[in-house]
Design a protein around this ligand. Sequence first.
Ligand code: C2E
Ligand code: MG
Ligand code: MG
Ligand code: MG
Length: 286
Amino acid sequence: RAKEAGRNRWTVFDASMRDAVRERLEIEVALRAAVAQEQLSIAYQPIVELPGGRPAGAEALVRWEHPVRGWLGPNMFIAVAEDSNLISALGAWVLRESVRQLARWRAGGVVDEDFWLSVNVSPRQLGDAAFAERLAATLRQAGVPPASLVLEITESVMIEGSDLAERVLVDLRALGVRISVDDFGTGFSALGYLRRHPVTGVKIDRSFVSGLGASAEDEEIVRAVVAMSSALHLSVVAEGVETEAQRDVLVSLGVPLAQGWLWGRAVPAERFERDRVGERVPARSD
Ligand code: C2E
Ligand code: MG
Ligand code: MG
Ligand code: MG
């Protein structure tokens, strides 16, 4: 009986593994078509100044309307894209599209000249020697200054990154694009890496922000990141701010920029635009 149960368990495990492989393959095939046919879209989430809440920039976050499953968040498909080489085409599309969107917003007066866009970049994209050159061309064609673009990289790029990725980062900095370390504090965070790599900012991961107001430890971690960033002349954004209590602690710690549901979720460009315009044009009260 035990043997039988064991075999059944194995069978179940085996079947679920097979389903996972099938699901992944199915996502990969559909994603390949979606990338080729440009069926992805981008949602924009404001990054605001503290304490006032004025949007200083936004993060571009990719979305995919799957033909059967409906809207999918990047956690459902970025890993598949990274494992299947689709990430280069996907990432190039996200960059091109968000730079063009920024150009339209600038031309239409929807955003100020100093408004910037943050775009996530996978480690694999930095393994391409022509990455900076192509991005320079994209920016030039759109008429967007390189300083209006922030590339968000992960700590793993700095730690496991190749010499090539390192050179691409140097090229990007020479171009004038800014580079921020995303989810800061969740990786290895060896501080020496920040000094040795051409990064201009860090984003404090949501996992440290969520406890603010309740956890003294999280508050000390954020305080330390702020002190370190100021010493190294790095910009700081706090991610995933959901409550006023969290915001108040961030303000008291001197964090200058924040992003989170407290100010707004990631929304399609048209919606982002409506919200921005609504903000600038005071509602008539007649
Ligand atoms: P990320 O770069 O750390 O982006 C922040 C994530 O936190 C986003 O999830 C955003 O919607 C979510 N978020 C923002 N504010 C809050 C909040 O107050 N509370 C909570 N609970 N969540 C909040 P999203 O859009 O699902 O993206 C997940 C991750 O997928 C991103 O994390 C990023 O690593 C990756 N990603 C997104 N777009 C791209 C892309 O175009 N290329 C690449 N390579 N990765 C991307
Ligand atoms: Mg990010
Ligand atoms: Mg992040
Ligand atoms: Mg994150």
